[in-house]
Ligand binder design. Structure first.
Ligand code: NDP
Length: 289
C-alpha cells in the first residue's frame, strides 16, 4: 500500500446515547470507501450534559458534519447556527453540515429519506390522504415532509392522544395541511380513501420481531401503499399482513438507507452509492439476528 502524502482525513461524527449498536458508521464508511473518499465516520457516546462541549468540539476540530440521535435531536438545535426550513418545522435535527464559512447547519433527513423511498416505489404524494401511526420523532419527520411535499390530508394516530394532538396541531400550523389527531384504541380501522399508511411506531423493532401493529387488517385495500419505519428486521408482521390484503409494501431499510444517502450527499457533495449502503446495513442486521 502506498504511503499517503496527506494524513488529513475529513471527519464526520455520530453522537448519541446509547449509540454503540447504531449501524450508521458501517454504512457510511462503506460508502466513503466505494467513492474513494478519505473520510472517516466516528461513533461517539455523548451524554446530555456534554452536548454543548461535543458541538464545540466538532467546530474546533473542523468536522465536516455529524449525525445525532437519541437523546440529542431536539436539544442540539440551540447549539447550531442555522436550520433548514423543514428541520425548523419538524423541530428536530439528525444531520449537521459544516458550511463553507464554518457555520453549522441542522437538517432532518429522516422524513426526506422516507419520501425518497416512497417516490422510488412510484407513489406521488401530492394530493394523497396519508395515515401515520405514531406521534414520536419518526412520525413527526414523516408527517411534516408529507405535508411539505403536498399531501392533501394527514391523520395522526397515537396511543397517547395528547402527543397526536400536539403533532397534528404543529403540522397544521407550520404547513397549512389538514392534519387530524386520532386516539388509538384497539385495532385501528384504516379510513376508506387512504392511499398511504405508515407505521411510525417502534412496534416489532428487534428483538420484539413478532409484535403486531394493532390495525384492523381487513380495512387495508390493494390500492394502498403500506410502509413501515422498522429497519431491523425489515419484513415486519405489519407489512406481511398488509401484503396478505393485496397492498404494496415498503420496508424501513430503504428509509434508513436514503436518510443516510441524503446526509452523505450534503457532506461530500457526491452522489451516494445506494446499493453499497443497503448491502452494508443488511450485513450488520444479518449479524444481529
Ligand atoms: P419515539 O420514542 O419518539 O416514538 C415512538 C412511537 O411509537 C410513539 O408514538 C409511541 O406511542 C409509539 N409506540 C411505541 N410502542 C407502542 C405500542 N406498543 N403501541 C402503540 N404505540 C406504540 O421513537 P421514534 O419516533 O424516534 O422511532 C420510532 C421507530 O422508528 C423506531 O423503531 C426507530 O427505529 C424507527 N426509525 C426508523 C428510521 C429509519 O430510517 N428507518 C429513522 C428513525 C426512526 P406513545 O406516544 O403512546 O408512547
Amino acid at each position: 500500500m502506498p504511503v499517503p502524502t496527506s494524513f488529513l482525513a475529513q471527519l464526520v461524527a455520530l453522537f448519541g446515547q446509547p449509540v454503540a449498536e447504531n449501524p450508521t458508521q458501517y454504512m457510511q464508511e462503506q460508502a466513503f470507501a466505494a467513492r474513494g473518499l478519505n473520510w472517516r465516520y466516528i461513533t461517539m457516546e455523548v451524554p446530555p450534559d456534554h452536548l454543548a462541549d461535543a458541538v464545540r468540539g466538532l467546530r474546533g476540530m473542523g468536522f465536516a458534519g455529524a449525525n445525532c440521535t437519541i437523546p440529542h435531536k431536539v436539544a442540539v438545535i440551540q447549539h447550531l447556527d442555522d436550520l433548514t426550513s423543514t428541520a425548523r418545522k419538524i423541530g428536530a435535527v439528525n444531520t449537521i453540515v459544516r458550511q463553507r464559512d464554518g457555520s453549522l447547519l441542522g437538517e432532518n433527513t429522516d422524513g426526506k429519506g422516507f419520501l425518497r423511498a416512497v417516490q422510488e416505489a412510484g407513489l406521488d404524494v401530492r394530493g394523497v390522504h396519508a395515515v401515520v401511526l405514531g406521534a414520536g420523532g419518526a412520525a413527526r419527520a414523516i408527517a411534516v415532509e408529507l405535508a411539505v411535499a403536498g399531501a392533501r390530508q394527514i391523520t395522526v394516530v397515537n396511543r397517547t392522544p395528547a402527543s397526536a394532538e400536539t403533532l397534528a396541531t404543529q403540522v397544521r400550523e407550520r404547513t397549512g395541511v389538514e392534519t387530524l389527531p386520532v386516539a388509538w384504541r384497539g385495532a385501528y380501522p384504516v379510513p376508506a380513501g387512504t392511499q398511504l399508511l405508515v407505521n411510525a411506531t417502534s412496534i416489532a423493532l428487534f428483538p420484539n420481531v413478532h409484535d403486531v401493529v394493532p390495525v384492523d387488517y381487513a380495512t387495508i385495500r390493494p390500492d394502498m401503499l403500506v410502509c413501515d419505519v422498522i429497519p431491523n428486521p425489515p419484513d415486519t408482521p405489519f407489512l406481511q399482513n398488509a401484503r396478505a390484503q393485496g397492498a404494496r409494501t415498503l420496508d424501513g431499510l430503504g428509509m434508513l438507507v436514503y436518510q443516510g444517502a441524503i446526509a452523505f450527499q450534503m457532506w461530500t457533495g457526491e452522489e451516494a452509492p445506494i446499493d453499497v449502503m443497503r448491502r452494508a446495513l443488511e450485513e450488520v442486521f444479518a449479524q444481529a439476528t
